[in-house]
Ligand binder design. Structure first.
Ligand SMILES: *Cc1c(COP(=O)(O)O)cnc(C)c1O
Ligand code: SF4
Length: 401
């Protein structure tokens, strides 16, 4: 088993890796987000110019190209070491032959999004909020992407978002108060395009809350320009969820970008995916959540890896996620503790998965344990509920059937 344990000091500091493999590049180019996008590492030859690939990776690059494209921004690529194929950053963005394996649990659309799209590109699963897939492109591609069926444009399906129809749907559905722009990654759009998208969304009176799910501040911190921040600030309340899995991703440049967003009044949350050999380890996660707080980002979710095709080598046990939460809750700042969730396969939505703090519960009392394992009782008074019965019945049925 690969261990993701941090070596002493590894990843704990905010450091810059620039210019790294691009030592001949002028800083004006390096700091230009369009240059970063144009100069992404996308081919085997470009990869091999910088790093020594293992056989597992080389065949992965050759064989997984019709599943999800390879692309890594120079900024993020500088986190990839020359000679360690098991490196936690490398495992996230460099294809491996295991991606071509099929596990019996693998699915093309693990969260059942296609069946919850009233309009192409708009996923309406929960009563009051929608997920709006505004593009299929990202700054770099994560090998475990839950939307790899459409993301990057090479997979088995294409994303055909119908913007006009989507906006008409949103206008007609007054119950939608929260719109989450995702994809792909909306921050790949030009300022102008983003401005139009946000102003059109804001023009709908019943939409109270806008948010953007993005990994751009991590893959491409150069994109977070003062102009972009000023643009986003016009559409408050606007929140943002970023996506960081390993503490080393939080470089100086990323920290500064997150600070610019926070200074623009944008509340920041983080979503991590629990990944084998990347962050399936309490010490790594603890370092990550502490660094996130220093960047003014509140850890929001840890996802159990979705059952996306070709991700079995990156998936961990559910028990590992529970162990991580158990090791954080009570032991460190409450703000640093995310909610561990499984996005229920087939389209059940996010289900919170918690360590068992309730030992017993009936109409008279609840018996609980704290983070140290000490046991406490609290009386159940007044209109004690009967909500537990159906749950228990279901549980029995499930156990004995
Ligand atoms: C994750 C998700 C949301 C947002 O969920 P929150 O728990 O409110 O962050 C909305 N719609 C879909 C389809 C999602 O997958
Ligand atoms: S940034 Fe998000 S949408 Fe893009 S490849 Fe990574 S996980 Fe998928």
């Amino acid at each position: 088993m690969i261990t993701a344990a941090l070596e002493k000091g590894d990843g704990k500091e905010f450091v810059s890796h620039a210019p790294g493999y691009w030592s001949n590049t002028a800083p004006e180019l390096w700091n230009d987000w369009k240059w970063q996008l144009k100069n992404r590492v996308t081919t085997l030859a470009q990869l091999e110019k910088h790093v020594e690939l293992s056989e597992v990776e080389r065949s992965g690059v050759l064989l997984s190209g019709d599943k999800l494209a390879l692309a890594v921004t120079p900024h993020f690529f500088n986190l990839v070491p020359r000679d360690n194929p098991e490196d936690p950053i490398r495992r996230q963005v460099i294809p491996r032959i295991e991606e071509t394996w099929t596990s019996p649990y693998d699915m093309a659309d693990p969260c059942g999004e296609d069946s919850h799209m009233p309009v192409p590109g708009l996923v309406h699963r929960y009563p009051d909020r929608v997920l709006f897939l505004v593009t299929d492109r990202c700054a770099s591609y994560c090998r475990y992407c839950t939307r790899s069926r459409v993301v990057s444009g090479v997979g088995e399906q294409e994303l055909h978002t119908n913007f006009e129809e989507a906006f008409r749907y949103l206008e007609a559905h007054t119950e939608v108060r929260d719109v989450l722009l995702s994809g792909g990654d909306a921050l790949i759009f030009s300022d102008d395009r983003l401005d139009k998208l946000l102003s059109r969304s804001r023009a709908i009176k019943h939409i109270e809350f806008l948010r953007i799910g993005t990994r751009v501040p991590i893959f491409l911190p150069q994109r977070i320009t003062p102009q972009l921040c000023a643009l986003l600030a016009k559409y408050h309340p606007l929140w943002m969820s970023v996506h960081v899995n390993h503490p080393r991703e939080l470089t100086i440049e990323v920290k500064n970008a997150l600070e610019r967003l926070a200074n623009a009044g944008i509340p920041l949350g983080n979503q991590s995916v629990l990944l084998s050999g990347v962050n399936d380890d309490l010490e790594t996660m603890k370092t990550l959540v502490h660094k996130l707080l220093m960047c003014r980002v509140r850890p929001y979710y840890i996802y159990q890896c979705d059952l996306i095709n070709g991700s079995s080598h990156l998936r961990t046990s559910v028990a590992k996620g529970i162990e991580v939460i158990e090791g954080l809750r009570g032991h460190t700042t409450g703000y640093a503790v995310p909610q561990f969730v499984i996005d229920a396969p087939g389209g059940g939505g996010k289900v919170p998965i918690n360590p068992g703090y309730i030992l017993y519960h009936d109409n008279e009392k609840i018996v609980i344990r704290n983070y140290e394992g000490k046991i406490f009782e609290y009386p159940e008074t007044g209109n004690a509920n009967v909500q537990f019965a159906p749950q228990r019945e279901y549980h029995d049925e499930y156990l004995y059937s």
